[in-house]
Ligand binder design. Structure first.
Ligand code: ADP
Ligand code: MG
Ligand code: ZN
Length: 617
């Protein structure tokens, strides 16, 4: 039932220790299975759950559990906590997450408590009293990380339980929050490291769904856990039930109209989904647009008061809305299994964010859709937002990182050749072969569905022309937009171009055989790779932004710059037979892999980002 994707990780010392704990009998096996069925009411373990639980119950190693969101990480510490002697402490970053978990456990009859800021003194005293008993009945206590740094009372309790051998385990949920390389760094998490020094014999379990190799290394380091004292349980981050697709959009309304269509008369009829929006205003506008179109939609964002938010969440859980139009404030702690689609009306801010947000679809394992609408205008809009932000943590350095993250998302959208899964998982340090995606019949990504053929095209000469055109335009007119550049390249006879004498620049009209879309791709690649620079000019009066193209830092080509894979559309009749012919597919795959390897080699040699690939469709 579970996909058995082979996982290859880029860092050599990071590999899945799951197999060591698979299909083995331990002293605990019988009781463990009995509790699993009777107490948790579950029938079958998911990927790596049993392995991690075996390792935890063995109590010889610390555990790192890396699983995608919805993979079932909680069970990996909850079941051991029930069986272990003593109390397990779970550090969790959000009160809403804690509430969610404790309610679930209590409903299963598992004694647990939460020491969060909103507890009354009487409640807190009761929890402490239970823990000071000689045989504490509580099995799990949830705490927020700031408590570790602030509460002497809590630290005394740890020491007391430790001395009595009643401190079973520390669990760090959302452990990536400890790394400032991560997208979700929380300074309070750093204090967790001190627990390791103070209670050296207590095993730790670290859980996360976010683990780029850098964050992984940092987690080990911050927690002072040596690799040889730990076991890793790493599941492929691939979500085999999700269909990834990127769609170029014109205006936001076009994407909204398309969304309404999908909800009312196509794939998504009667199914519920999340529509992620750029801003609060866009949430409101989208919700009202969809409602007017006949979709039951509701806006959700940080601007709502607590009561409204809880209300929306409850009604959403009860399937009263088909669509929630949300900002990313709608996320952590939302555990609705039957979300059938996640649509991004605007580009997400990072690949990692996209993986998380789109990952809220299909938590029940059934097929679900992730559609991403993108446009060049969105890139400018979001860049503008980043550049004009004036909060304390919006340093120039931070802005650079954010713009870089955004560029990567744009490159992901533009890439209509590589497997979406390969591109997404690459970001988590996982090497995923597109041949696996192609094997899925129902859930292949858009690029793997494409039956087009590929070829290599060297755009170096055209790129040189573009650079000198931009140079000339900047000198002559002070500015040029991407569309002006493309118009000129296409030999446009538009009035404005004629009036400016730009139709005389015939030496540049060489791009006739290259489509407009591909010129846009080429220009975007030149921007992403730093050959051109996108200068965002903001009109303070109207708050509008225009992006001008200027020369970048590296505008001299000492090496061939762009080697791209081009797709040529097949005769549709031919391609449908090709796609059913697996021998042929394998051949095409093999050729493609070889081509890509070559490009990767060349691009690394010249230090060129292998990100955007041009294609002819
Ligand atoms: P994560 O923390 O990895 O995002 P959770 O632990 O919250 O995921 O689990 C996600 C959902 O999957 C929960 O509703 C949980 O009850 C369910 N779940 C976990 N393990 C299993 C299992 N073995 N069989 C069925 N459902 C499971
Ligand atoms: Mg979780
Ligand atoms: Zn694919």
């Amino acid at each position: 039932e579970e996909q058995c994707d082979k996982v290859t990780w880029i860092s050599a010392d990071v590999h899945d220790d799951g197999p060591e704990y698979r299909d083995k009998d331990f002293n605990h096996t019988k009781t463990m299975l009995e509790r699993f069925h009777a107490l948790f009411g579950l029938r079958k373990f998911r990927s790596n759950q049993q392995e991690a639980i075996n390792c935890a119950l063995e109590r010889r190693y610390h555990l790192f559990v890396l699983m995608p969101t919805g993979g079932g990480k909680s069970l990996c510490y909850q079941l051991p906590a029930v069986l272990d002697h003593g109390v397990t402490f779970v550090v969790s970053p959000l009160r809403s997450l804690i509430l969610d978990q404790t309610q679930k456990l209590l409903s299963l009859g598992i004694p647990c408590a939460a020491l969060t800021g909103d507890r009354t003194p009487a409640e807190v005293s009761a929890i402490y009293a239970q823990c000071y008993a000689s045989e504490p009945k509580l099995k799990l206590i949830y705490i927020t990380p700031e408590k570790i740094g602030q509460s002497d009372q809590l630290n005394k309790l740890f020491s007391h339980l430790y001395a009595k051998n009643n401190l079973a385990r520390f669990v760090i949920d959302e452990a990536h929050c400890i790394s400032d390389w991560g997208h979700d760094f929380r300074p309070d998490y750093v204090k967790i490291g001190t627990l390791r020094d103070r209670y050296p014999h207590v095993p730790f379990t670290l859980l996360t769904a976010t683990a780029t190799p850098r964050v992984q290394r940092d987690m080990f380091h911050q927690m002072k856990i040596e690799r040889h004292l730990s076991k890793l349980f790493i599941q492929s981050f691939n979500r085999s039930n999700l269909v990834y697709k990127c769609i170029a959009k014109g205006k936001t309304d076009g994407a909204l109209a398309r969304t309404a269509q999908l909800c009312l008369s196509e794939q998504f009829v009667g199914m519920c989904g999340i529509v992620y929006c750029f801003s609060r205003a866009e949430c409101e506008r989208s919700a009202s647009y969809l409602s007017k179109s006949g979709v039951t939609a509701q806006a959700y964002h940080a601007g709502l008061i607590d009561q409204e938010r809880t209300d929306v969440q409850t009604r959403w859980a009860n399937d009263e809305y088909q669509v929630i139009c949300a900002t990313i404030a709608f996320g952590m702690g939302i555990d609705k299994p039957n979300v059938r689609f996640v649509i991004h009306l605007s580009m997400p801010k990072s690949i990692e964010g996209y993986y998380q947000e789109s990952g809220r679809a299909g938590r029940d394992g059934e097929q679900a859709y992730c559609y991403l609408f993108y446009s060049y205008q969105d890139l400018i809009k979001t860049k503008r937002l980043i550049m004009t932000e004036q909060s304390a943590d919006a340093t120039n350095e931070a802005k650079k990182v954010r713009i870089d993250n955004l560029h990567r998302v744009y490159a992901y959208c533009l890439n209509n050749v590589d497997c979406r899964r390969t591109l997404l998982l690459e970001y988590f340090g996982e090497q995923y072969l597109s041949s696996q995606c192609k094997k899925y019949i129902e859930t292949r990504c858009d690029n793997c569905c494409s039956v087009a053929q590929t070829k290599l095209v060297d755009f170096t000469i055209l790129s040189k022309h573009i650079i000198s055109l931009v140079d000339q335009l900047t000198k002559q007119f002070k500015s040029a937009t991407i569309n002006q550049v493309i118009d000129i390249l296409k030999g446009s006879k538009q009035k404005t171009i004629k009036d400016a004498g730009l139709d005389k620049l015939e030496q540049f009209n060489i791009a006739e055989e290259v489509s407009r879309t591909n010129l846009e791709r080429l220009l975007s690649k030149l921007i992403l790779d730093g050959y051109l620079y996108q200068d965002i000019s903001i009109n303070d009066t109207y708050g509008t932004a225009t992006a001008y193209i200027r020369l970048g830092k590296t505008n001299t080509f000492s090496s061939p710059i762009i080697l791209s894979v081009c797709l040529k559309k097949e005769n549709p009749n031919v391609s449908s037979t090709i796609s059913n012919n697996s021998t042929h597919n394998r051949l095409v795959d093999a050729c493609l892999m070889k081509l890509k390897d070559e490009i990767k080699l060349i691009s690394s040699e010249y230090n060129i980002k292998y990100s955007t690939i041009l294609s002819e469709k």
